[in-house]
Design a protein around this ligand. Sequence first.
Ligand SMILES: [Ca+2]
Ligand SMILES: [Ca+2]
Length: 102
Amino acid sequence: MATSDAFSLPDLTDVDAASGLGDLGPVDLHHPTVDLDGDGVADTATLTSGDSIVIGTDTDLDGTVDELTVVDGSGEFASWQYEVGSDGSAGWTEISHGRVGE
Ligand SMILES: [Ca+2]
Ligand SMILES: [Ca+2]
């Protein structure tokens, strides 16, 4: 289980950029420490899981992560966005995938 004071990923033990998020549900963001967009309000937290770095951003500041980025030990990264569809179904959609430095 990958947990920290900042946020928790209860269903991910060895998350990496290639494997995706599966059926991961909403992720709570408890103690953001990074102000990613520079508006003076912390909106982002990071944790390490295995050899991966996980970055969670709560763009609308409602307490749940809206964008999740994983950078794994090989330098591969992927970003997902949490979306709720008009039919009420919700899930993570991959919005970016690549390799750091390329
Ligand atoms: Ca901010
Ligand atoms: Ca949010």
